[in-house]
Write a protein that binds this ligand. Sequence first.
Ligand code: ADP
Ligand code: ZN
Ligand code: ZN
Length: 710
Amino acid sequence: MTHLLSVLVHTPAHSQVDGPLTYRSELALSPGVLVRVPLGKREILGVVWDAPECVASVLDPGKLRPIAGALDGIAPLSLAWRQLLTFAASYYQRSAGEVALAALPPQLRDLNTQQLARRLKRHAKPAEPDSDENRSAIDSLALTPEQTRAINQFDAETGPFLLFGSTGSGKTEVYLHCVQQLLAQDPSAQAMVMVPEINLTPQLEDRFMARFKPLYGDSAVVSLHSGMTPAQRLKSWLAAHSGRARIVLGTRMAVFASLPSLKLIIVDEEHDPSYKQQEGARYSARDLAVYRGRLEGAKVMLGSATPSLESWHHSRPACEGGRYVRLEMPSRIGSASLPLVRRVDMNHQPKKCVFSPPLLDAITQRIARGEQSMVFLNRRGYAPVLHCSDCDWKSECPHCSAFRVFHKIDRTLRCHHCGFTERVPRACPACGNPDIAPLGRGTEKLEEHLAELLAAVRRPNSVSPEWPEGEPVRIARIDADTTKLKGELESQLARVHSGEVDVLVGTQMIAKGHDFRRITLVAAVNPDSALFSSDFRAPERLFSLLMQAAGRAGRDADISGQSEMWVQTFHPKHALFEALKRHDYPAFAAQQLKEREQAAMPPFSFQALVRAEARTQEVAQGFLTRASAAVDEMPQAQSIRNNISLYPAVPMSIQRIANVERAQMLIESPSRAALQLFLTQWQAVLHATRHQPEGKGLIRWAVDVDPLAI
Ligand code: ADP
Ligand code: ZN
Ligand code: ZN
């Protein structure tokens, strides 16, 4: 008896193959079974897919190729998983094969059947039994009234939930509690905990490991993120898929993990832009988590001190149309209060000063008291651009419309977009002036500058505090450059935690998530540029970043007499800083949402971007313009025109990368459903446009649904 199987294989977005392929099989295999199938001369991984009704009758089974084999030993992927992947592919305008196969661990694709069988045998060890001794040792922390109220509400309702809690309000403790409660009640239940970037939040991972490994054994908690080796990822994936792992901790990719008994999904720092994938299928893991929760009947809890305006808007009262349940925890744990926000009006400070005298004084005083300060700058590198003061030459990249960054460490100019690197010229290439110097400041320069300013300051001597000489100030810098190697971030953070550092200088990397105990002063030295950005989300990001940064100060009630957040700005009266001063996210959100509503911006409208790449800007834009005009030839053109706005094609803000010109076109609609329907139908038009004169010379195009930056 021969069976016909629909099998999903990896088909890139622009290949002609769309949807599953049909194969023959001697065995009837149910949907979700992993198989190896021939494709051309290769043998590749596929997933038996839910067959479209018509396939069996149309095709001649004699012409079909047989599958090479099924991966027995791995249970079929569930219906809910297949539905999630089908939805993600269609919502983000990609092929199901591409999205589904990319969601599986790479080794599942790369290993042959024998190699896999060996892996499976090795990983199939039974979980260690958990001991009652350990179990009782855990429940020691008494919840605060706010935590208790949030948890009671979480238990009583179905959600989705938005846990809106200040930094240090004990959100992590709430996550731990909800997970623990679930696992204790239901012996097979699984929970997924998502974090923005695991290497930036090692403490959250540690806390979950520390809490649950003693309870359920070492293999009960697994991680899933891109920093792991392919072998580790396969191991974690199998543990989750087999149900052995009770908790999966992961970054955005984890949203596609297979968990047969998923009952709870937590998305920590839900506002973080890194939940949005920026290539291939540009999915939002946060949004998919909410969708997945509904599919699988799992509760979903999003958590943040500064929620995305989308989630905040969803959590408005139900009577106003809100769909999420808002859980509020406004207070910090213990007596630690939120830091006092101080705005320094830079209009009244010495010209060109980087550290205003009052800020410098404040840092000096903290040092004298043996407390730590943190200074952050939203930039990386030594100083972004090299500049000639005679002729105004700047270190532009010859291949991109971007400036190359001066890297002092190897004296190079590097393009952060295309990677083009050259040694720093001895003199200005335009006019020969030997006196070329960095423009603006990066963290490295900031660190150097601060070291000069604090050279005469002495910290109390750690051995004998009365000794008047004291010791020199210890400054440390944490940014992308100092943490390239594995383990460097951890070791640098450990130095900060142990008190070996007086002033920490860094990029926004240090502003996120870390539970610093001894920092009592945080300073943002130059936050203004985000106030007047062309990106309508820039103020939201800045506010969130400043609130997060403020949350790093005074986390330890014992030493925070009064912790402070300093903001140096030329616009101290700006509404954003007014709200920051009061730690008033709701006020900030209300003001922003009002502006967005008036301008019909998300969340009051829905957007997609089509991007096109070509050798010339004319070709890239011409392709988009033609595809846009072709809307009038589509069926129901009038109704599309009524519901959908297609804006003119424009060059992207980074217009050229590695000699490829990039253009984009914004598409907007007041209705998500209308936008979805249009995009799906318009795909055929885009494909067809490629083969018209306007498509000649086009390199590629892609759609970004719900783009984060425009
Ligand atoms: P958040 O995730 O909201 O920033 P955390 O969960 O990290 O806050 O809590 C901040 C600090 O307070 C942590 O050190 C945590 O161990 C402690 N903490 C949390 N809940 C309690 C509690 N109920 N009692 C005592 N300490 C707590
Ligand atoms: Zn010059
Ligand atoms: Zn470049």
